[in-house]
Design a protein around this ligand. Sequence first.
Ligand code: SF4
Length: 396
Amino acid sequence: MSAHALYLHVPFCKSKCPYCDFVSFATRRDDPLMEAYINSLAFQIGEAAEAGLLEAPATAYIGGGTPSYAGESIVGLASRTASLGSLSELTLEANPESLTFDLSMMLRESGVSRLSIGVQSLDDAELSALGRAHDAKTARQALNRAVELGFDVSADLMCAIPLQTSSSWLDTLEGVLATGVSHVSVYPLMIEEGTAFARAVEAGEQVAPDDGDEALRMEEAEAVLSSYGFARYEVASYAKEGHNCLHNRAYWTGISYLGLGTGAASMFGREDFPALACAFPQLGMPPADAARIRLSCTTDRTYLAAHPALSEQSFEVEYLSLRESLAEDLMLGTRMSCGISPTLVSRARDVMGAQLDDCLSGLIADGYLVESLAPTRRGWLLGNELYGRLWELSSG
Ligand code: SF4
């Protein structure tokens, strides 16, 4: 066993968007740190492979930050990732202003199969209010070019944002669909602690997004996207048949994944602990009842660039018991339109007994799940309540 999915985090951006709480930093284009950091990630792939953590990953995702902002350096990392040889999907996150024609061509040749492009909106006033570095024309060009070059293209959009109306939202959706993308992600604006938007809301200079607006925009998105043949396969993801993101599925189905880079998360099951101990001796021995480990890399980007060895990285570490792992998988299962699988229910029942059936019956009775254990519209809209009730199963 080893990681089924590989995530590489590139935490550099042209500027910091006022709503963003991702691990990302405004960085000068000519800052040598970017190239040094990216070379370190390439080195870490080799080390992880040697330790047995990357025997045959099926998918890889180079995310950020803005990987396309690193220009040619990122092409080298994409080629190194593709050289693993086992990938059926290699995604790179890009922003329109840095996804030039030349870079798009080089990425295609390097083995990147899928681009996830941060469009957010096709309305210039909305983009400006979000502090984005691109305009609608640049976004359309980037999407058209990526589709023409044969990438599987996802457009990432944001709803319930300042200035957005029903009409401008429909224009954005229609405009994006006209480019021929096969995948669309829709996220509502969240006011995250510590961001410029949070300070503006606190100071009364900006109005917080309205839950009703958010629900309405999500419903409008579903109506438009389904009329174009897109199916909602996850709470925030829509795709044409055959174009679901395989990599993201790894996060919702409890299979192991390795994340490299500042802020990147990894998750492994007990069977992977020996390979993990070889790659990361600093982790020490897991508790005897640990069934799963979750790691979040806390190494600073400058330190990582200068000290790439896996044994030099630091982590926040969380161990989960078998019961906690199953409760987590049940929760994540409800993010997907297919819902919780019968196999997972059977594995969970072996550990949780009648408590599981009581919980699931209650969720069906309260309108969060249908009989097949797929989420209802209410389940998706009130996701936190649904997840909370499933997580209660973790403590027996
Ligand atoms: S481009 Fe993306 S990662 Fe970078 S600051 Fe903006 S939202 Fe955050």
